[in-house]
Design a protein around this ligand. Structure first.
Ligand code: ATP
Length: 376
């Protein structure tokens, strides 16, 4: 729907045609090359991508720390392009918590409210309620140095949230924590966000983190959004080779397009025959064109027999078997020469299904494989 359609909810954050070029020592660096996105109110939205893809720059343009070279930024329907950061209704949390070391937890969280002249009773109530939400009730009088890294991060979060911003921007806020604490904080952050109902925009290069917490994810690469969708959409239906490789493990099988029928295509693989697969919206390969198909390793079955009609099947030879406790990984080279990895849960089987050197069939349901276009 169009921006002025009255039936459309106003997004919390809206970027249209946003670009950012830096001038670095006389050379132009295109950090963001044209980003369009809408973030809904109350959404947990992640910008995910490798180092240097432009996610921090995108977030800094939302916050107002950078101005776009081109394009518009709107917050809750208001065009804020050119409006300074302190006059935008957003708050930002950084990886370095930047707590005041000489102040108690309470005073750290109360700092912004005091500066704005909020009455004493109200400060007490709001800080207390926020510390309960971040699970730090009873630690009001501690100094930051007497807290763990995860607790310090939660103080920083409380300090940002107590001001009741309409959106909170978080730039790799868990980056300084060790893995176990980071995973615990991911679940905490999601719970806190649900409880306060504030829009969160989260920058991370960690795909597991983005999958765990987000309602939607924008996967960025080289200054552009490669795919935008729910964690499930992005994981199960990666739109590009980059997304397939960056999020989880994905198999890429080379094939050739045979017949096309509606939203399905018949693709042939080496000498073993044909499979019929669904095509993504907008993918229109021509007959004879070579393309790639993605299949996640856990969607594939492995066995000695040719799969039943209606399943996708490819023949191959097992090159490696790795037992991992909860699962076993099989590396298989297909008759067309593609290397495929298969993850099998060890829920029921007491022994390996195949051993190195075995000739096997790989099979999966057609809905689990997607044809993707050539890489950009
Ligand atoms: P990281 O995860 O490493 O922080 P990122 O995805 O957040 O990466 P950005 O920090 O947005 O990426 O940087 C995108 C590109 O813009 C990079 O090539 C970076 O070197 C460049 N860049 C960022 N800030 C500036 C600046 N102030 N001056 C010049 N170039 C910059």
């Amino acid at each position: 729907p169009a921006r002025d359609d009255p039936g459309r909810a106003v997004p919390a954050i809206e970027l249209t045609g946003v670009r950012k070029a830096y001038d670095a020592f006389g050379e132009t660096v295109a950090a963001v090359r044209g980003v369009d996105l809408d973030i809904a109110q109350g959404e947990f939205f992640s910008l995910l991508g490798p180092s240097g893809c432009g996610k921090t720059t995108t977030m800094r343009m939302i916050a107002g720390f950078e101005e776009p070279t081109a394009g518009r930024v709107r917050l809750h329907g208001r065009d804020v392009t050119g409006v300074p950061a302190n006059r935008r209704d957003v708050n930002m949390v950084f990886q370095s918590y930047a707590l005041f070391p000489h102040m108690s937890v309470f005073d750290n969280v109360a700092f912004g409210l005091r500066r704005r002249g909020v009455p004493k009773d109200e400060i007490k109530e709001r800080v207390g309620a926020m510390l309960d939400i971040v699970d730090l009730g009873g630690r009001e009088r501690r100094r930051p140095a007497a807290l763990s890294g995860g607790q310090q991060q939660r103080v920083a979060l409380a300090r940002a949230l107590v001001n009741r911003p309409r959106a909170l921007l978080l730039d790799e806020p868990l980056g300084a924590l060790d893995l176990k604490l980071r995973q615990a904080m991911q679940v905490e952050l999601k719970r806190i966000q649900r409880e306060v109902g504030i829009t969160f925009v989260y920058v991370t290069h960690d795909q597991g983190e983005a999958l765990t917490m987000s309602d939607r994810i924008a996967v960025m690469n080289e200054g552009l959004i490669e795919q935008l969708g729910s964690p499930r959409e992005i994981y199960e239906h990666p739109a590009t080779r980059f997304v397939a490789g960056f999020i989880g493990t994905s198999n890429l099988l080379g094939g050739e397009v045979g017949e096309l029928a509606g939203d399905r295509a018949v693709i042939s693989f080496g000498p073993d025959g044909r499979i019929e697969v669904p095509l993504r919206d907008g993918t229109r390969p021509a007959a004879g064109e070579r393309l790639e198909l993605t299949v996640r390793p856990e969607k594939i079955c492995i066995g000695p027999d040719k799969p039943a009609d209606g399943l996708c099947g490819v023949r191959g030879t097992v090159t490696e078997v790795v037992y991992l406790g909860t699962s076993t990984n099989y590396n298989v080279t297909t008759s067309a020469g593609d290397d495929v990895v298969v993850f099998l849960q060890n829920a029921t089987s007491a022994e390996d299904i195949a051993v190195r050197g075995d000739s096997v069939w790989l099979s999966w349901e057609p809905r689990h494989s997607y044809a993707i276009g050539a890489a950009r």
